[in-house]
Design a protein around this ligand. Structure first.
Ligand SMILES: Cc1ncc(COP(=O)(O)O)c(C=O)c1O
Length: 356
């Protein structure tokens, strides 16, 4: 991935905050590195990408993102390889998805080369913030907000694109108990489920809270109209192995976020010769497969956990236990491979790593 053609101006901090951070006990999302990328869009074009000291924003109370929700984001991670290189997993896919989200939310599109070049420059500058212990990483959060100072519904003419980063600890994905949600909906056909739009996450909080009160860590979202088709698991894509086939809901439905982890899982599975079906997946077939013992594996796939095994599924008030996690051939194998891949411990066979 070559990203050398974009000019970026850099304002460095006078003094790094890095020695104030306890890298042994990193909370998620609360520590921020010294710098951030900031690029403003006005008069129909993007200004010069800048890297500035991490700081509060000063925004007008009528800033349109705060009122009408033109706000999108991305999430990806960087890790340190044993030789000190900073490795980022498939950032070009995040840049593409960000552009698709912007289009759906009627926002200015960040050119992919600008997204990638400014990210690379930020990581170069803040490379000491990429933690080195096993499982730790630098979480990267690109986002964009509409910044018109105007109370009135229309697409904003001004935008702010920011990339901030947070050093985070190892993510232990203990097996998750999920509930198949048949009342609330994450996304409806024709809506914005495919976009990584801030409001999608706000809308999921209340049903997730109700689920948590019943003891479920994640909700399995179903289609808005019939609740008969499985879509995603919380903020992860969902994958099953039934018999000897890997089965996952098709992304042709515009209700599903096109996850980079799931895509990578499927590309690896294809390379390994597994049978794969991306298609509509019914609640009924999954419940039948659980009951007759043909369901071998079920997991969520997403940047945070890579693979989060599902331990039990709640449906219509009954919990069904899934096969023991240790017995699951595919998810254990692909998790191990992708974890090593992201850390640079296996060959970059698919050309997925950006090296900084
Ligand atoms: C709704 C939703 N689905 C799926 C995913 C998984 O996507 P990825 O693998 O790109 O992290 C995420 C996380 O980004 C998400 O928020």
């Amino acid at each position: 991935m070559s990203t050398n053609t974009v000019n970026i101006s850099i304002q460095k901090v006078a003094k790094s905050r890095i020695t104030d951070v306890d890298f042994e006990n990193l909370p998620f999302g609360k520590e921020f590195s010294d710098h951030m990328v900031e690029i403003d869009y006005a008069d129909g074009q993007w200004g010069e990408p800048t890297i500035v000291p991490f700081a509060n924003l000063s925004i007008h109370p009528a800033t349109s993102a705060l009122h009408y929700g033109q706000a999108i984001f991305e999430g990806l991670k960087a890790q340190k390889a044993a030789n000190g290189d900073v490795l980022v997993f498939r950032p070009d896919m995040n840049a593409k998805r960000f552009a698709e989200s912007a289009k759906r939310m009627c926002m200015a599109s960040v050119p992919e080369d600008m997204f990638l070049a400014s990210l690379e420059a930020l990581l170069k500058l803040d490379r000491d913030w990429v933690p080195t212990k096993e499982g730790q990483s630098l979480y990267i959060r690109p986002f964009m907000i509409a910044t018109d100072e105007y109370v009135g519904i229309r697409p904003s003419e001004n935008y702010k694109f920011i990339i901030l980063t947070c050093p985070v600890g190892a993510y232990y994905s203990e097996p998750v108990k999920v509930k198949i949600e048949t009342e609330y909906t994450r996304a409806a056909a024709g809506g914005v489920g495919r976009a990584k739009a801030a409001g999608n996450y706000a809308a999921s909080l209340y049903p997730a809270k109700l689920g948590a009160e019943q003891g479920y860590r994640q909700l399995v979202w179903t289609d808005a109209k019939t609740h008969k088709y499985i879509e995603e698991a919380g903020t992860m894509n969902i994958v099953f192995v039934i018999g000897d086939t890997i089965i996952t809901p098709s992304e042709e439905n515009d209700t599903i976020l096109k996850g980079i982890t799931k895509r990578s899982v499927l590309e690896v599975a294809q390379d390994w010769g597994y049978k794969i079906e991306e298609r509509d997946v019914t609640v009924e077939e999954v419940m039948n497969a659980i009951k007759d013992g043909t369901l071998k594996d079920a997991f969520g796939a997403g940047t945070a956990a890579t693979i989060a095994p599902i331990s039990s599924v709640g449906f219509e008030g009954v919990d069904y236990d899934l096969p023991a996690v240790e017995s699951r051939e595919f998810s254990n194998k692909v998790k191990d491979y992708l974890t090593k891949y992201k850390a640079g411990e296996v060959e970059d066979k698919f050309g997925w790593l950006m090296r900084v």
